[in-house]
Design a protein around this ligand. Structure first.
Ligand code: 4AD
Ligand code: MG
Length: 441
């Protein structure tokens, strides 16, 4: 409806007559006055309905309105006398588009499962729209970052014949007479593309049949994965920190109001500047093996960390809870990492890899590495990891024709949104979360 004015534009219409479409967000009456807060997706505005100024039928209709009913309001935009700079509407006309029966989500405390069951409606809340706008800003800033730096977007397939990140979390799909899997990562497909275009990235949904019920795991999540020819681990660390600092800066620049609504401590985000903190796996292990940290693991009934193993969620929390900037942990034991990671030249038992852990205990947001570029070494690693060679023959091919060192990483969007918004769980960071026990709505 082209003659409707959006709430975000209302300040340009002061003194003028406007028509506005939206949903009833709040209602209150006081004698011969009714106050209606309208929301239209661009903002919230209060309309004042005065019995003496509107026709009888408008007043009567206003009395029947319910939360989340859809309406078109007509009135004059005026500056709110009690709060200069903000605009309200003096109502003249009211058209009911659709009357809602009692709205399931009330302004009281609801349990998380109830809200997740009503996710299709919960999306309308102020908190959820704030999170979705921050997510949108993060996604836009990701695309801008790579576009501005000369990367080409490569869309990787969703249906794949092989695993990239371990067979235990594959979702199987019937593919005519064969089996296919939902992609766990686009990496195997953008490595060849970086040999064609130099700097590339993919950005899309990825899937993992995670049996774990944690605040960091989804079964469907979005991942952005850059891949750069001729880049080594050092280049990758610089790219990763510049990237994350850029995203945080963009959200602070353009979505401060939303962060404030989420009660995010902005000073913590303002401290996210490069260089980030670096430590090796061995240094991180030394820290976790300190008696006071082992005691904290016991106290929290978290699994006790032992050297040589991967970090658990609690270990990552311990490593970052006092850090002001993200921590980049490098050189994990090659045995606990993926088959494609380049071994370190000085100590081949370590992989040239990085996990970036977000501060304040948010845990891993990025995982990446330099890739093995030697054909025979890669073949050996594939065999040692017990992976079938045949379906990876094309991937090995890349190491036959002008192979060069190259590196890349993946960042999970939802974990990044959770950290930047300060949310305790990833379930609110994606419009429709998919988890071990949730496929609806
Ligand atoms: O560390 P991961 O498994 O790395 C890869 O998939 C590489 N192939 C990426 C690459 O080098 N191109 O996953 C990367 C990131 C993690 O750091 C985390 O942020 C996110 O993806 N992630 C998840 N997010 C939500 N739910 C899950 N189940 C996730 N698994 C990984
Ligand atoms: Mg990882």
């Amino acid at each position: 409806m082209k003659d409707l004015t959006l709430i975000v534009d209302l300040k340009d219409h002061i003194g003028k007559s406007v028509r506005m479409g939206g949903w009833v967000y709040h209602l209150r009456s006081s004698g011969k006055l009714r106050f209606l807060v309208l929301r239209d997706g661009t903002g919230y505005v209060q309309a004042v309905i005065s019995k003496k100024d509107v026709p009888e039928e408008v007043w009567t209709l206003a009395e029947t309105l319910t939360y989340e009913s859809s309406v078109v309001l007509e009135g004059t935009a005026v500056e709110d006398p009690r709060s200069p700079g903000s605009v309200e509407l003096q109502l003249k006309g009211l058209e009911l588009i659709h009357l809602s029966p009692e709205y399931p989500i009330q302004p009281k405390e609801h349990g998380t499962e109830f809200l997740m069951d009503h996710r299709h409606l919960w999306l309308r809340s102020k908190r959820q729209t704030a999170i979705l706008r921050v997510r949108d800003e993060i996604c836009k800033s990701i695309r801008d970052f790579y576009y501005d730096r000369g990367f080409t977007l490569i869309d990787s397939p969703i249906l794949t014949p092989t695993s990239c990140e371990g067979a235990s979390t594959l979702f199987e799909v019937k593919y005519f007479d064969e089996l296919a899997y939902l992609t766990q990562s686009g990496q195997l497909y953008i490595e060849p593309a970086c040999m064609a275009l130099g700097k590339v990235y993919c950005f899309g949904p990825t899937f993992r049949a995670e049996k774990s019920k944690t605040r960091r795991h989804l079964t469907e999540f979005w991942m952005v994965e850059p891949e750069v020819a001729f880049a080594d681990l050092e280049d990758l660390l610089v790219l990763a920190q510049d990237f994350v600092a850029y995203i945080v800066g963009r959200v602070l620049e353009r979505r401060k109001e939303e962060l404030k609504h989420l009660e995010r401590d902005l000073s913590k985000l303002e401290r996210i500047t490069t260089p980030f903190i670096r430590m090796t796996y061995e240094e991180a292990a030394d820290f976790l093996l300190r008696p006071e940290n082992q005691a904290r693991m016991k106290e929290a009934e978290a699994p006790l960390f032992t050297r040589g193993n991967d970090f658990g969620g609690f270990d990552e929390t311990l490593l970052t809870q006092d850090a002001e900037r993200p921590v980049m942990v490098t050189h994990y034991p090659a045995d606990i990492k993926a088959f494609y990671m380049q071994p370190d030249e000085q100590d081949p038992s370590k992989a040239k890899c990085v996990d970036m852990l977000a501060p304040e205990g948010y845990g891993e947001i990025i995982g990446g590495s330099q890739r093995i570029h030697d054909h025979d070494l890669l073949l050996q690693r594939i065999q040692k990891c017990g992976l079938p060679v045949e379906p990876l023959q094309w991937y090995l091919d890349i190491r036959k024709y002008g192979s060069v060192p190259h590196s890349g990483f993946g960042m999970g969007i939802e974990r990044c949104v959770a950290w930047i918004c300060g949310l305790p769980h990833v379930r609110e960071t994606i419009p429709y979360a998919r988890m071990l026990n949730r496929l609806n709505p």
